[in-house]
Design a binder for this molecule. Structure first.
Ligand code: PGA
Length: 248
């Protein structure tokens, strides 16, 4: 049985002060016995000095694969570890599209995150053009295989399927589409990795998840939780989605 995960990707939103207040408000709304792992992913400046404990965790939105040195604007795993970061989002579509990240650097980051004892949330998903030209499955397969290249074990790896056209648009993939893609992802994982590990790898869905659609989306076989952008910025909406997932 895979424990459900709800991760909130704040993107470039919330100052450290706003973030602390937000987290304290969510914590008062959610009973800590809930059977869901809840991950807050603030911008780097908001990671420091957050006093939270399971089932609440801290995640970062990115990292660099070098230990230290002349890499202006980048952040290392040791810096994240000192902030008690336990998850890092890697290869989000905004990193891929706006910052031109490619599968090979994404793979280096995944390897470095694993080496550091942190869990990567590897984001994959097709663009609208890739979907319309029938390339979605090829793209997803390539993102998995390249992103997880040289990884020995799937333990501690989380996959987030986020169709790019569904992110921040209010559009969702259909239940059938999500069901098919999540099944496909698990099949690919089982072909390249240990069968038990591939069965136990959490596969999250992301793309315009909100309190209205969360119930239907979490009921889909193979959806083990959500990676949420917009709705993770609002205390009421984020708390509602967490509770919906917890009630499953
Ligand atoms: P969204 O973002 O929930 O606003 O669509 C999801 C994401 O980017 O992870």
């Amino acid at each position: 049985m895979i424990k459900s995960i709800v991760a909130g990707n704040w993107k470039m939103n919330k100052t450290p002060k706003d973030g602390k207040l937000f987290i304290s408000e969510v914590l008062t709304n959610i009973d800590e016995t809930i059977n869901v792992d809840i991950i807050f992913c603030p911008p780097f400046t908001g990671l420091y000095n957050l006093d939270i404990s399971p089932p609440f965790y801290i995640g970062a939105q990115n990292c660099y694969f070098k230990d230290s040195g002349a890499y202006t604007g980048e952040i290392s795993l040791s810096m994240l570890l000192e902030c008690n970061v336990e998850y890092v989002i890697i290869g989000h579509s905004e990193r891929r599209q706006i910052f031109n990240e490619k599968n090979d650097s994404i793979n280096k980051k995944v390897l470095k995150v694993i080496e550091s004892g942190i869990k990567p949330i590897l984001c994959i998903g097709e663009t609208i053009d890739e979907m319309n030209t029938g390339k979605a499955y090829d793209v997803i397969k390539e993102q998995i295989i390249s992103g997880l290249n040289s990884i020995k074990s799937l333990n501690n790896i989380i996959i987030a399927y986020e169709p790019v056209w569904a992110i921040g648009t209010g559009l969702n993939a259909s239940v059938e589409q999500i069901n098919d893609v999540h099944g496909f992802i698990r099949k690919i994982l089982s072909q390249y990795f240990d069968n038990d590990e591939s069965k136990n790898t959490p596969i999250l869905y992301g793309g315009s998840v909100n309190p209205t659609n969360a119930n239907e989306l979490i009921s889909i076989d193979g959806v083990n939780g959500f990676l949420i952008g917009g709705a993770s910025l609002d205390v009421i909406n984020f708390s509602k989605v967490i509770k919906i997932v917890g009630d499953q």
